[in-house]
Design a protein. Structure first.
Length: 330
């Protein structure tokens, strides 16, 4: 039996000021606004300033979430930052967030599950709260993914953007737990489909890496597209089945924002009307671990989430990794 339940008391998000439009990209690579809109649904994305780090983005989102939750940073006892663009290889990005927020009482770690990072971190924080290890957690998806993007590669550079989204999770009574069911999975046989090959222990940083440009991400777009749709549909269906909730009962599907065609295909296969599938990728592109918490914050502040609504978050990312969580909004 659960000792505690978990609830959300605050959300926050931040996207950098600099807007990079499709027309800007037309001047950088052989592409067109028309192609990007039609093939991805993205109109523009935000790019962090050179001096801005992922922890800076995380803190801006976290401060808003803390204010909404009426919580002081030093009341937090856990900070998890989901990111594939850490400030440094180590120490972990959550420790930088801790220092900047002065959240002195928190245990801090980062979690890397690419675009599924926020869903994974949400689950881990929830487990620690349910077990009574922690009572008040800050969970952030924060990405300066522009650091991994090859701005001469039209196959990938049009897709991504920087940003951060945060939630405050708190212990509550077990019967008030907002997470009704969840599912997570990975396929490590497909590590090479979407990856950064250089700069880790396999190919440590050095002049060769820069010469080969292997510090930039590469992707088999068509293959990833098909796998993303299947994995998100299967994960979402499994979570709905576990909770015995039908897709018609959902107020919102909140999918990872990678490509409008992926998102619409997932909604269609689950039998969810377009109006119930939340989308903001036209403004931000794919911000990796930050997409879902940015959506949640926009929806929350836009009063599109009412108490009792069923909200299904579903993600997919490099690894491969995927996962979903069904919430009943508090
Ligand atoms: N502008 C213009 N043309 C482009 C282009 C761009 N930015 N990027 C690719 N193309 C070209 C290709 O070179 C190809 O040309 P060719 O037929 O002469 O070889 C053509 O467009 C079609 O390429 P294709 O890969 O079939 O396009 P697509 O419809 O699959 O769309 C993606 C490409 C990348 C948008 C799509 O595959 C996708 O979204 N994949 C998943 C990406 C993703 O979500 N990744 C993150 C998961 S977390």
């Amino acid at each position: 039996m659960r000792r505690f339940g978990v609830t959300v008391t605050g959300t926050g998000s931040y996207t950098p000021e600099r807007v990079l439009t499709n027309h800007d990209l037309e001047k950088m690579v052989d592409t067109s606004d028309e192609w990007i809109r039609a093939r991805t649904g993205i109109l523009e994305r935000r790019i962090a300033a050179p001096e801005q780090t992922s922890s800076d983005l995380a803190c801006r989102a976290a401060e808003k979430a803390l204010t909404m939750a009426e919580t002081k940073a030093d009341d937090l006892d856990l900070i998890i930052v989901a990111t594939l663009s850490p400030d440094r290889p180590f120490p972990n990005t959550a420790c930088f967030v801790q220092r900047k927020l002065q959240a002195d009482q928190a245990a801090c770690f980062s979690l890397e599950a690419a675009c599924s990072g926020f869903i994974y971190a949400f689950q881990v924080a929830g487990g620690l709260i349910r077990d009574g290890v922690c009572r008040k957690a800050l969970v952030v998806g924060a990405e300066k993914i522009s650091m991994h993007v090859d701005w001469t590669d039209r196959n990938t550079c049009v897709l991504f953007g920087d940003g951060a989204g945060a939630v405050i999770l708190e212990a509550t009574e077990p019967e008030n737990d907002i997470a009704l069911a969840a599912e997570m999975g990975s396929d490590g046989t497909l590590t090479d489909l979407l990856t950064v090959r250089g700069g880790g222990s396999e190919n440590p940083p050095g002049p060769e890496i820069l010469k080969q440009r292997s510090h930039y991400l590469t992707m088999e777009g068509r293959e990833v597209f098909k796998l993303a749709v299947n994995a998100m549909v299967n994960s979402a269906s499994s979570t709905l089945n576990k909770a015995n909730i039908s897709s018609e009962q959902l107020k919102w599907l909140v999918p990872h924002q990678a490509n409008i065609r992926i998102v619409q295909a997932v909604g269609k296969r689950l039998g969810i009307a377009n109006g119930n599938v939340y989308m903001n990728l036209h403004k931000y592109g794919n911000t990796s671990a930050a997409t879902i918490p940015i959506c949640l914050d926009e929806m929350n502040r836009g009063e599109q989430l009412q108490s009792g609504d069923y909200v299904l978050m579903v993600s997919f990312g490099a690894g491969l990794t995927w996962g979903s969580v069904l919430l009943q909004w508090p």
